[in-house]
Design a binder for this molecule. Structure first.
Ligand SMILES: NC(=O)c1ccc[n+]([C@@H]2O[C@H](COP(=O)([O-])OP(=O)(O)OC[C@H]3O[C@@H](n4cnc5c(N)ncnc54)[C@H](O)[C@@H]3O)[C@@H](O)[C@H]2O)c1
Ligand SMILES: [Fe+2]
Length: 384
């Protein structure tokens, strides 16, 4: 019999107003890490600095973390931290800001390390020698506030690296739905379908257990019931609350059970074309559920519990309602022209097959399987 472990942040504070938890931190200096401008624009960055001030904590802001954060951004932030010497790192923003802050934290604590030194799962040295970590998500999507993961892009080689280290699970997750209520419609749709994908993949994972399945199932239920409401009525705070919690619940499932083929393929097509993470997942997911079905009975379990007939079909219907295209060929977000797709196809398929997320996918997908799925999701071919 094997032994297992289940890790989540020590403190999870959720609901409207939970941002106030910052005023009770004990410490001297905090580095606030954030993305482009949304947190500043909507006043959350000022609120966070004021709450920290109330706690007697001086803070600096490390901003400008781009979507799909790069190794260079991580170095820039780590350097600023080395100069300021914070005892708290407070990441506030989307998954990109939270992910970048986690790896900045690692290089702040271990300045001698190179990016290559932390790519292999389990290779990151211990954290919390200098600082602890608060994560405040502004998207209901990646669940980076719960997880041991960070996705960093090597822009020179067009590869997104999922970094895995148990020590990167934040100390405190603040899950306040006031932040994601400001998301534009397409960000609500894409990040929300990322949540669906996390729970569907964690459920079907070969590492799923009785500890992870309930979170995955509850998260799938919450997304089916709330994503369209949050998309059509951004101020529906009940839907926002449910989606923000669904995201964290999915995180509890997948940080412990890991993911699968959808994320493996999405990481690599994201690295090649720059397509938004949740959008790539949403397009790939129904194809991969059809492909995986012969290797797992977990989709039938979800269908039975949720009272639905075919989860892949339900996701296709939902995608359509959220303005998400059925194929990459129809996707207008980035230039998915056929010539470039053919050009990168071999490299992208090989890299996707090497992505660690594939290890827990049911069945043992080959490179040919990966190619077949990319083709199907590009042209809209059935994999049933
Ligand atoms: N760490 C993990 O466990 C994990 C899991 C899945 C994906 N990821 C990674 O996370 C990244 C994607 O993160 P994301 O989907 O949260 O998006 P994101 O952080 O890239 O943000 C998307 C866009 O939305 C804006 N935005 C964010 N919150 C907003 C708000 N409340 N109001 C208005 N605008 C807002 C951002 O400025 C940005 O322009 C990818 O790099 C992906 O690979 C990480
Ligand atoms: Fe994801």
């Amino acid at each position: 019999m094997s032994t297992f472990s289940f890790s989540i942040p020590r403190d999870i504070v959720y609901g409207e107003g939970s941002l106030n938890r910052l005023s009770t931190l004990k410490g001297k200096r905090a580095a606030l890490v954030t993305g482009g401008s949304s947190m500043k624009k909507f006043g959350f960055l000022d609120q966070a600095q004021n709450l920290l001030r109330k706690a007697g904590i001086e803070s600096i802001i490390i901003d400008g973390v781009e979507p799909n954060p790069s190794v260079e951004t991580v170095w820039r932030g780590a350097k600023a931290m080395q100069e300021f010497n914070p005892d708290w790192i407070v990441a506030i923003g989307g998954g990109s800001a939270l992910d970048a802050a986690k790896v900045m934290w690692c290089f702040y604590e271990h300045p001698h390390l190179k990016f290559e030194d932390i790519i292999t799962p389990g290779s990151m040295p211990a954290l919390r020698n200098k600082a602890r970590f608060v994560a405040i998500p502004s998207t209901s999507g990646t669940a980076s506030e719960i997880t041991a993961f960070s996705v960093i892009t090597d822009t020179k080689n067009h590869i997104k690296y999922p970094i895995v280290a148990a020590d990167m699970v934040p100390d405190i997750a603040i899950i306040d739905p006031a932040l994601p209520a400001k998301m534009p419609k397409e960000v609500t749709a894409n990040t929300g379908m990322d949540v669906m994908c996390h729970s569907v993949e964690a459920l079907a994972s070969t590492a799923a257990t009785s500890y992870t399945d309930p979170y995955a199932i509850e998260s799938i239920r919450l997304v089916f019931e709330n994503i369209e409401k949050a998309y059509t009525n951004p101020n529906d705070m009940t839907a926002r609350f449910n989606m923000h919690n669904a995201s964290a619940l999915a995180g509890m499932a997948f940080t412990n059970a890991s993911l699968g083929l959808v994320h493996a393929l999405a990481h690599k097509i994201g690295g090649e074309f720059g397509v938004t993470h949740g959008l790539a997942n949403a397009i790939l997911m129904p194809y991969i559920i059809d492909f995986n079905r012969k290797y797992t009975d977990k989709y039938s379990t979800a269908e039975r519990i949720l009272g639905i007939k075919d989860i892949a079909e339900e996701i296709r219907v939902l995608n359509k309602k959220l303005g998400i295209p059925a194929t990459f060929k129809e996707c207008k977000e980035v230039d998915f022209n056929e010539r470039k797709f053919a050009e990168v196809f071999e490299r992208m398929s090989k890299n996707a097959h090497g992505d660690p997320c594939i290890l827990t996918n049911p069945g043992k997908p080959t490179i040919d399987d990966v190619k077949r799925i990319y083709q199907a999701a590009y042209y809209g071919k059935s994999l049933k």
